[in-house]
Every structure is written in C-alpha cells, then in structure tokens.
Design a protein around this ligand. Structure first.
Ligand code: TRP
Length: 341
C-alpha cells in the first residue's frame, strides 16, 4: 500500500508496553479489536519500549520481549502489508515530541493521573520522573500520527482525555496542528478478570502468574491455570452464575472464545458441575491458542522477516512523525536547521 492510499483511511493507533507476558486480557481487550478494525483503518501498532522503562526492566528480557510482542501482534492476525507495526524507540520523534508536550502539560494534571498514583505505590523504591511524565509520552505517540481513533481500556481513558486537552491547548495557543483523537471503547461485555482474584482485571504484569493466561502458555499450563481458577463454594452452574466474579469470568472467557453470548453459555452449562465448564474451557483455550502459537513460532523462526517488518514500519512511522514534529517546531518558534543553505 502506498502512503497516499493509506492516507485515505482514518488512523487507528494503539500501543502495548513490553512488560510481563501478553495475556488473554490483552487479546480480548485490545488485539482482537485491532484485527477487526484493520479493514477500515490504517492501523499503527506500537511496542512502547520507552514507556516500559518507567519501571526497571532487565535489558536481555526487554530486548526479547519487544520482538516477541511484535511477533504476537502478527500471530494475532495484524496484516503487516496494510498496517504499521514498529518499536517505539526506533522512531526518535516520540522522545522529541514528548519533551515539547511536557512543556504544555501542567503538574496539576499529572498529579491527578490514577495510574501514576497506583504505580508509584507499587514501586516505591523507583518513583522516577518518567513515571510521572509518562502521559506526555503517550500523548506524543498519538498526536505524532494525527490518529483518529485510539482503542483504550478503562484504565487508559484518563490518559487519552489528557492527550486531547494537551492537543487542544497547543492548537489554541498556535493554530490547528494536532488532530483531536477519539477514544474507541469496545462494545459492551468481555472484560477478562484475574483467575485467582476475579475482582481485579487480568494483568499481564501480575506478580502471580496463576492470575493470567499468557498467550504463549503451553497447553499443560493453560489446563492447570483453568483448573486452579477461583470459583465459589457452590458447585453447579445456574443462570445467575454470570454474576459471580470467579465463575462468571470463566463463562465470559468461554463465550469470547466460542463467539457466543454470555447468556447462551450460562444456559448451555446450567445444571453442570463447575469442573465440566473448566474442562471444556480448557479445551477451547488450547484449541484457540495452539494455532496462534504455531504462527508465533513460525514468525520467531524467521527473524529476518520480523526485522524487515519492524524496519519498514519504523521507516513509515518516522516519515509520518517527522512531518508533525517539524510543524510543531516551526510553530513554537524553533529555527529551522540549515535555513541558509
Ligand atoms: N499507556 C498504555 C498502557 O499502559 C500504553 C500506551 C502507550 C498506549 N502509548 C499508547 C496506548 C498510545 C494507546 C495509545 O496500556
């Protein structure tokens, strides 16, 4: 696809931090929607490694995870010929615009960000300035590409609202420069919760690996995690089970994997023991993830192919990003380099 063909489609942009293990929650909450929306949008999918270092990472792990996450984007069905996939640090404009946006973001705004408050509580030994100004970097990710739509989970809505505020502030201070992005909230339903603590969402960076289903978990691990998932002391499924945190979550996962409504699934299993649902759910999960993992292994076995996709993605991204950044620099009053040559 040429730049001009691609330019006709509205832009969908999203990113995931290369920390932890991509989990079923990421697939259902994000990647699945990316795949479904790629017909109608030019997708820009970023492995946001600059964001990841706001929490200390082991260098070798970070390096591996960036490639692994990109390969999982592809294995999930993102078509690299139609979309742009890249690693954030390959495109220097993210760091450059984020500095500028830091100067258009108030500390009062950053102080209100709940993710900062949460993360600084969890990492008390490393409350660094990057963790604090992280929303300005996320705003840069989005605004550099004039994105139309940003699919976000509930936990990122606040950051997207701040992005819109920063963009409006800049546009009003100078002249229209940034497109104001819209949030994309996936259709109702399907929030995947932790397996052991079903009151909180399934997190790919949970310290307890029994809490999440990693997309790369081998079949025996998948079966074990489902078997151990928390339910309640009742043993049998009823139509009301959908309201129970633990068993409701398992029914939800089953419904997503089998493309059925939650109510239909609750009906189908009504009167059955929890163990029956767990057995069938484990089968569905293995059936769903096995082909995903085969595609993943194939992609990881062709590192040259993966690198060429990431290189091409970064090249296209740099082109788009540099156009926005030079506009920004000009409006602020920075002298253009080489202007007398
Ligand atoms: N902050 C997001 C998260 O933690 C990740 C992210 C970074 C992102 N840049 C983005 C998401 C741009 C959407 C768009 O989940």
């Amino acid at each position: 696809m040429t730049e001009s063909q691609a330019a006709k489609k509205p832009i969908l942009l999203s990113g995931i931090q290369p920390s932890g293990h991509l989990a079923l929650g990421n697939y259902v909450g994000a990647m699945r929607n990316w795949v479904n929306l790629q017909q109608d949008y030019l997708g820009i999918f970023i492995v946001v490694d600059l964001h990841a270092i706001t929490v200390r990472q082991k260098p070798a792990d970070l390096r591996k995870r960036c490639l692994s996450f990109a390969a999982q984007y592809l294995a999930a069905g993102i078509d690299p010929a139609e979309n742009i996939i890249f690693i954030q640090s390959h495109v220097p404009q993210h760091a450059e615009l984020s500095w500028v946006l830091n100067c258009y973001t108030y500390m009062g705004e950053l102080n209100r960000m709940t993710q900062f408050k949460d993360k600084s509580q969890r990492h008390q030994d490393n409350i660094n300035a990057g963790l604090y100004t992280y929303p300005a970097l996320m705003a840069a990710d989005i605004l550099l590409y004039q994105a139309d739509l940003v699919p976000v989970g509930a936990d990122q809505k606040q950051h997207l609202e701040l992005t819109r505020d920063i963009a409006n502030r800049f546009n009003h201070t100078y002249s229209p420069t940034f497109k104001i992005p819209e949030p994309f909230i996936p259709q109702a339903g399907a929030r995947i919760m932790s397996l052991q603590e079903p009151d909180k969402k399934m997190s790919k960076s949970d310290s307890n690996e029994n809490n999440y289903i990693a997309l790369l978990d081998p079949p025996d691990v998948l079966r074990r995690k489902i078997k151990r998932a928390v339910t309640d002391s009742a043993r049998e499924i009823t139509p009301e089970s959908v309201n129970n945190a633990g068993i409701g979550n398992l029914l939800t996962i089953y419904s997503v994997l089998n493309d059925q409504t939650l109510a239909a699934v609750a009906d189908q299993f009504a009167g059955q023991q929890y163990s029956v649902l767990k057995g069938e759910l484990a089968d569905s999960l293995v059936g769903f993830l096995e082909p995903f993992q085969q595609r993943y292994d194939q992609i990881m076995g062709e590192q040259g192919y993966l690198s060429s996709i990431l290189d091409e993605g970064a090249q296209r991204a740099r082109y788009m990003a540099s156009r926005t950044l030079s506009k920004v620099y000009r409006k602020i009053g920075f002298v253009a380099p080489g202007r007398n040559r």
